[in-house]
Design a protein around this ligand. Structure first.
Ligand code: SF4
Length: 64
């Protein structure tokens, strides 16, 4: 059985800060641009982005 990955890019398109980019199979969120609105979490049809991904961003901002 073959499986193929589907990258729909809806998070890239819907992010109001244009903070998400994709290079091949790698998605990157720019922590400087990200406003923490969770639009990407809410629009992903496969649940690939979770709110706890953003905890590192908050930690970085606090300097921990
Ligand atoms: S949480 Fe950040 S990366 Fe996700 S849609 Fe909002 S601004 Fe963009």
């Amino acid at each position: 059985m073959q499986r193929s990955r589907i990258f729909c890019d809806i998070c890239v398109e819907k992010c109001p800060q244009k903070a998400i980019t994709r290079n091949g199979e790698i998605f990157t969120i720019d922590s400087v641009k990200c406003a923490g609105c969770y639009t990407c979490v809410n629009v992903c049809p496969r649940g690939a982005i979770q709110e706890d991904f953003f905890e590192d961003f908050a930690t970085d901002e606090l300097g921990d």
